[in-house]
Ligand binder design. Structure first.
Ligand SMILES: Nc1ncnc2c1ncn2[C@@H]1O[C@H](COP(=O)(O)OP(=O)(O)OP(=O)(O)O)[C@@H](O)[C@H]1O
Ligand SMILES: Nc1ccn([C@@H]2O[C@H](COP(=O)(O)O)[C@@H](O)[C@H]2O)c(=O)n1
Length: 211
């Protein structure tokens, strides 16, 4: 198969990562969760006692990011959720992370998920998907996930965290969250993961038939 890039964007907990991992396995492509990059930058700023909204501090941490940082097990806390959204609104942080994302797909193609993959990182991607679901459905899914992991956050707190991040991600000046003009939009509010995968795989096969 010719290496292709599959770009997947959407709001928090919409199911991007679940879908991206399945597509990567099915089409034999490497997978990058780009949210992790912003989470690592945020984690590093917090570790140094810095303010995630401070452009100089956040950009310095983004420039020093290493591949090993992505394996940290302390990147998915509520504190890091909000700090990641803060560092992600800084244009210089985003610029510092662009090469990493593009290099990731350079030799073999890739599936990447995030907020600006189809609009900024890979505007020429062979397939662009925008995965969404209602706030209530996303909150319920994330809440259930966090309960299994033993977290104590309430459903209301999880919903509030998602709403705050969505608003910040959609309204920022730097690479705001939005579907690319040529993205396939998939609302998974009433779709389980198998049906979401089937719809997305059909779009990928359509695109592959053209390359
Ligand atoms: N179509 C679906 N139906 C039901 N549950 C789903 C579906 N897709 C994903 N999930 C579940 O919803 C939760 C969030 O999914 P996932 O982590 O893939 O979202 P995400 O968009 O990648 O989130 P984030 O932006 O925080 O990285 C997970 O528990 C996952 O198992
Ligand atoms: N391409 C991306 C990916 C992520 N972000 C920001 O990071 C936050 C955490 O991302 P998750 O996918 O792990 O939820 C997210 O809220 C965004 O602010 C981004 O800007 N661009």
């Amino acid at each position: 198969m010719k290496p292709i890039v599959i770009a997947i964007d959407g709001p928090a907990a919409s199911g991007k990562g679940t879908l991206a991992r399945r597509l990567a396995a099915a089409f034999n492509l490497p997978y990058l969760d780009t949210g992790l990059l912003y989470r690592v930058v945020a984690r590093r700023v917090l570790d140094h006692g810095g303010n995630p909204a401070d452009p100089a501090i956040a950009t310095a941490q983004a420039r020093g990011l290493g591949r090993l940082d992505l394996g940290r097990d302390d990147l998915r806390t509520p504190e890091v959720d909000l700090a990641a959204s803060a560092v992600a609104s800084i244009a210089a942080v985003r610029a510092a992370l662009l090469d990493f994302q593009r290099n990731f797909a350079a030799s073999s193609g890739a599936v990447l998920d995030g907020r600006d993959i189809g609009t900024i990182v890979f505007p020429q991607a062979a397939v662009k998907l925008f995965i969404t679901a209602s706030l209530d459905v996303r909150a319920q899914r994330r809440f259930a996930e966090r309960q299994i992991q033993g977290h104590t956050a309430t459903l209301d707190a999880v919903r509030a965290d998602l709403a705050v991040r969505d608003e910040a991600d959609r309204t920022r000046t730097a690479a705001p969250l939005r579907p690319a003009d040529d993205a396939h939009v998939l609302d998974t509010s009433a779709l389980d993961a198998d049906h979401a995968f089937a719809a997305a795989a059909a779009w990928v096969n359509q695109a592959l038939a053209k390359v």
